[in-house]
Design a protein around this ligand. Sequence first.
Ligand SMILES: NC(=O)c1ccc[n+]([C@@H]2O[C@H](COP(=O)([O-])OP(=O)(O)OC[C@H]3O[C@@H](n4cnc5c(N)ncnc54)[C@H](O)[C@@H]3O)[C@@H](O)[C@H]2O)c1
Length: 317
Amino acid sequence: MAFATRRFVRAASAAAATAAAKKLVVKHVTVIGGGLMGAGIAQVAAATGHTVVLVDQSEEILKKSTKGIEESLKRVTKKKFADKPEVVLFAGAEFIEKTLKNLTTSTDAVAVVHSTDLVIEAIVENQEVKNELFKTLDKFAPEHTIFASNTSSLQITQLANSTTRQDRFGGLHFFNPVPMMKLVEVIKTPMTSQKTFESLMDFSKAVGKSPVSCKDTPGFIVNRLLVPYMLEAVRLFERGDASKEDIDVAMKLGAGYPMGPFELLDYVGLDTSKYIIDGWHALEPNNPLFAPSPLLNKLVEEKKLGKKTGEGFYKYK
Ligand SMILES: NC(=O)c1ccc[n+]([C@@H]2O[C@H](COP(=O)([O-])OP(=O)(O)OC[C@H]3O[C@@H](n4cnc5c(N)ncnc54)[C@H](O)[C@@H]3O)[C@@H](O)[C@H]2O)c1
């Protein structure tokens, strides 16, 4: 090989290595699951200039998701232009139109995933269903595509293991309601590459959020602190040490929390809270912070699940 050719080959392979090490700039996003969280994630991604395909199981669900996004965008627009009421009509309408232009929907994840940089999964909180989805998409998504799950309570590592791209797999844990809440927890498993992690951090910033990072541990940061705190409040009440009303008042006025633990439990849903604590208890049966609560279990059995059923610790009817 002539000297000049060798130099060219060396330069080309160095450029390829640099490109491989470079972070992925996410432009095209597929969000699977058009429920509460998925619709919110699709909305903030589309509003920040990404092209987004939102996937769910039926056209009917997707219609509902799109309608919800349109309503939410109107609220966001009002807030965004609150100090400029004179431009809200034009600039606001333009912002909504641009966002909706970036957003399409589909009922066929396999058919749309071939041109995506990032898949964000926000479907039902069930390990087997999520594993099955990731296993299938792994076969159809391009090599460079990063997979992320929005799961609150499942192990990211176990989800990553259903694919062959464990290095391009991480957690992106958004908070409800997504358009309002500024936090995203970016979860790095022992197999997540640094490049993937940095790409997920950059994407979180690009959608206007403040990312924090955490290892793949139960509850990550927020729920790891919040769920045991709420369960401790239930135990305090169960022991008869204080009334639930007084515990709520105490935490609001004494700790400055916006809601008391019982109000928060009712808002989150008692079934969701029980599901999380039961999962952690199975992982660490000797950890007293993860011990199930007889009172919480009783209320769930009686279908008193909180605000959504009209009764939990409090009555809402
Ligand atoms: N609700 C919260 O406050 C919250 C907060 C953070 C994270 N999460 C996590 O986000 C995820 C979604 O939660 P949610 O509250 O949005 O649930 P949701 O029930 O509102 O929405 C889930 C959606 O996924 C769809 N779906 C189910 N299986 C599917 C499949 N195989 N393919 C395509 N779509 C499918 C359902 O039709 C539904 O529309 C869960 O993993 C949950 O743990 C929830």
